[in-house]
Design a protein. Structure first.
Length: 90
C-alpha cells in the first residue's frame, strides 16, 4: 500500500453530502476540487501506509468532534469558492 491521506476521501464524501443539501453552490469539478483543496489545507492530514492504519484512522475520524471540524472546514472553503469561483458566475 502506498501512502494515503485517509482524510481526503472523507472530505470528498462529506462534500458530496453537503452539495446535495445546498443546491445554490456550484458543483462543477473545478469548484468541488477548490473546496476540497481549501478544506484539506485547513485540516490536519491523516497519512497511513497500511490497511490496519487506514482502518484505525477512519475510525478515529468518525468521532463527532472530527466530523464537526471537517464540516466547518468545508463550509468555510465553500464560502470562499462561492465568492471567488475560477469561472464566470452564472
Amino acid at each position: 500500500m502506498d501512502l494515503l491521506n485517509v482524510l481526503e476521501q472523507l472530505v470528498w464524501d462529506k462534500l458530496d453530502n453537503l452539495l446535495e443539501t445546498q443546491t445554490e453552490v456550484c458543483s462543477c469539478e473545478k469548484c468541488r476540487a477548490d473546496i476540497v483543496a481549501l478544506a484539506l489545507n485547513r485540516l490536519k492530514p491523516h497519512y497511513v501506509a497500511t490497511e490496519k492504519g487506514e482502518a484505525i484512522s477512519k475510525a478515529l475520524l468518525l468521532d463527532t468532534e472530527q466530523q464537526a471540524r471537517i464540516t466547518i472546514a468545508l463550509l468555510e472553503a465553500k464560502k470562499i469558492v462561492e465568492a471567488n469561483p475560477r469561472h464566470e458566475k452564472e
